[in-house]
Design a protein around this ligand. Structure first.
Ligand code: MLT
Length: 312
């Protein structure tokens, strides 16, 4: 019965609203990417794609929700690099990142920035390093929970400076940014999709970008190598998924709509304004996301184990 109904749906798919789950709070970087893509997909699929934020536990609560959702093509999932780190960080994860999902395609690869509250007493990254080490029991680092990109960047940072810091977890770096703007937390490493406007308005202090090359929309920010931590490199890739068992015809329609979104002039302009760009069309495919997710899980596992960081 399920197969028949799922197949029937696939015939005239989509015949109703699609829900795109985002595993972090509204107003954060993942949410920003999701809403831009959902807006365009609504147009090309001629059905509303609504975004639902299911935050908590570094994105794993949202992922678990999708893993258990009906595989009928009406629940999809936009997540990032955290899809590949959670399997190592969480030893009792309630889902399997590979076998419980159907990949649809890669979306974008977003740079990260080291930023601090506007009155943080360091004028450049070298002073930030010195200050953080000298005040390691006082400074606070914000992230979106174990498994988030801000957590991963923080883990790499603390490993690089061999210093454990107090971290303050939020359900997303949207809320974290509010506390940074209010001076309630000291600094964080967050994606340009969330930090660009605050950096340009001077409401936060920015020290470096975490990509190999400088970010065109933030040309004054040095790379981590220029700033004093050579080889420190992280960018946040994003993928679109559906629950395992979603009919192939639905997956194909969703992948086509994703590719259309990534060619959309408005999406491309907004991505550029926010320091990023869509992946190439041949990366917005199930095969490309499947391969990338597998290689990223294999890449991060030894790094996380060496850092000795676990959520459970
Ligand atoms: C993260 O740190 O993983 C994201 O920036 C969280 C978010 O999108 O809010």
């Amino acid at each position: 019965a399920l197969c028949a109904s799922a197949f029937a749906h696939a015939e005239n798919y989509p015949s109703k609203t699609i829900t795109m789950i985002v595993p972090f709070s509204a107003g954060g970087p993942t949410d920003t990417v999701a809403r831009l893509v959902a807006q365009s997909m609504s147009t090309s699929l001629k059905q509303t794609v609504i975004v639902e934020n299911v935050g908590g536990a570094g994105g794993t609560i949202g992922a678990a929700r999708v893993a258990k959702a009906a595989p009928d093509g009406y629940t999809i999932f936009l997540h990032h690099i955290g899809m590949s780190t959670a399997p190592t960080l969480y030893r009792k994860l309630s889902y399997n990142a590979i076998t419980d999902f159907e990949p649809i395609g890669l979306v974008t690869d977003v740079p990260m920035t080291f930023i601090a509250r506007s009155n943080f007493p360091a004028k450049d990254f070298k002073e930030l390093l010195a200050y953080v080490k000298a005040n390691k029991d006082k400074v606070t680092y914000a992230n979106a929970g174990v498994g988030s990109a801000s957590h991963l960047c923080g883990m790499l940072f603390m490993t690089a400076i061999d210093t454990e810091l107090t971290t303050v977890p939020y359900k997303g770096t949207g809320p974290a940014m509010n506390d940074l703007l209010g001076g309630q937390v000291d600094f964080m490493c967050d994606q340009t999709t969330n930090t660009t406007s605050q950096i340009k308005s001077g409401k936060v202090k920015a020290y470096a970008v975490t990509t190999k090359k400088r970010v065109p929309s933030l040309p004054e920010l040095p790379t981590m190598s220029e700033a004093g931590l050579p080889g420190f490199e992280i960018a946040v890739w994003h993928g679109l998924y559906a629950p395992k068992g979603t009919p192939k015809q639905a997956i194909d329609s969703l992948a086509t709509a994703l590719q259309t979104a990534l060619k959309d002039a408005t999406v491309k302009q907004r991505f550029a304004d926010l320091g990023t760009e869509p992946v190439a069309q041949d990366q917005a495919t199930p095969e490309a996301l499947r391969a990338h997710l597998k290689s990223e899980i294999a890449k991060w596992a030894p790094i996380i184990k060496k850092a000795g960081v676990y959520a459970d």
